[in-house]
Design a protein around this ligand. Structure first.
Ligand SMILES: [Zn+2]
Ligand SMILES: [Zn+2]
Length: 364
């Protein structure tokens, strides 16, 4: 008994006179709705999705559509079973046979003639940032090449093709052995069900091409040396219906002339004069996000560390900022004119206590 044959136009819910654009739109909308990844375990959706693909494979192709309008379904079906898409080639991922162009922008997946679906390789790039950029976060344009599914042929490698003679376009061949029927991928077409009549000019039939991409990468605040940013789907093209790999961007932070980062803290050496250290002062110090005022207590020693709370890097975990640790350096003039020499000698004469008291046995 012949199964009920549905009309392809009905399946997509479009008129007989619908434009290619309308057909594409209707297909996309329905494919999104019934996609097996979005309806796991739902047999009805799965069947519906298969039917949609079958309808779109024909109506989405001007030549096949014309044939269909003229002759009905016959050129594309086998014994009333319709087109077999060799569903679920690996795990439960649907095999998007022949729908590269649609699915590459729907789901980021492309396909070639291989029957194995593999995620594409990850790409690794390095990106150098200044410490200020790493601190505040930055959006940077990045240009790179990656292997992508050919946009002109959608990864089929063909400008035009016809159903494979050997398997009549099903992609599988059956043989009988006693009671058993064996179904195998067709060797003549590699299981694609297609025979290329004209290779795609853009990719020369290679299905994939090197694509120059320019993307804007957003680096969140607080990136450290060796931090990695992952941009999903921007790596090499997948095999079969496997998704593209990812782009991984490794951050290198340039050395800063005076700031150093340690965990979430920022370390900086700040020179002060002898007078500022001895008498105390209100001084201005640089921080990663502007100048800050700091009180130097009277009697501050060289090498003493003072803390500016909350002036460090934002923590990757909590977002709370670390501290800035200021190490005081007492600057000593190198060439002292005679009149100053005299003043310094006066201070020395007034200040008799040895700073090395207790370290060295005094000769005094
Ligand atoms: Zn191509
Ligand atoms: Zn074949």
């Amino acid at each position: 008994m012949a199964p009920q044959v549905k009309d392809y136009y009905e399946m997509l819910g479009v008129e007989k006179k619908a434009s290619q654009d309308d057909i594409k739109k209707a297909y996309r909308k329905l494919a999104r709705k019934y996609h097996p990844d979005l309806n796991p375990g739902d047999k009805t959706s799965e069947q519906k999705f298969k039917e949609l693909n079958e309808a779109y494979e024909v109506l989405g192709d001007e030549k096949k559509r014309a044939e269909y309008d003229k002759y009905g379904r016959s050129p594309f079906e086998q014994g009333g079973q319709g087109f077999d898409y060799r569903t679920y080639t690996s795990g439960d991922r649907f095999d998007f046979n022949g729908f590269g162009d649609i699915f590459s922008d729907l789901f980021g997946a492309g396909r070639g003639p291989e029957t194995v679906d593999l995620k594409g390789p990850d790409l690794l790039m390095s990106l150098e940032l200044s410490l200020e950029e790493a601190f505040s976060g930055v959006a940077k344009p990045l240009t790179f090449s990656r292997e992508a599914v050919c946009k002109d042929c959608g990864g089929s490698g063909a400008e035009s093709y016809q159903p494979c003679d050997k398997c009549k376009g099903t992609g599988t061949v059956s043989s009988s052995k006693g009671f058993f029927r064996m179904t195998q991928a067709c060797a003549a077409c590699g299981g694609t069900g297609r025979k290329t009549t004209k290779a795609c000019k853009t990719c020369g039939g290679r299905e994939r091409m090197l694509h120059t991409e320019t993307i804007k990468v957003k680096i969140p605040p607080g990136a450290d040396n060796g931090s990695r940013i992952r941009v999903r789907g921007m790596g090499g093209a997948g095999r079969g219906s496997g998704p593209s790999g990812d782009l991984q961007i490794e951050i290198t932070v340039r050395e800063h002339p005076f700031f150093k980062r340690k965990n979430d803290n920022i370390l900086v050496d700040v020179p002060v004069t002898f007078g500022e250290a001895a008498l105390g002062a209100r001084i201005e110090v640089p921080t990663i996000d502007g100048v800050a005022a700091m009180t130097l207590p009277a009697g501050t020693q060289g090498g003493q560390k003072l803390k500016l709370s909350g002036k460090g890097f934002p923590s990757a975990k909590t977002g709370r900022r670390g501290d800035q640790v200021v190490t005081i350096r007492v600057a000593v003039p190198k060439n002292i004119p005679d009149r100053i020499k005299g003043a310094v000698q006066e201070i020395e004469a007034l200040y008799r206590e040895s700073p090395r008291k207790g370290m060295v046995k005094s000769h005094e």
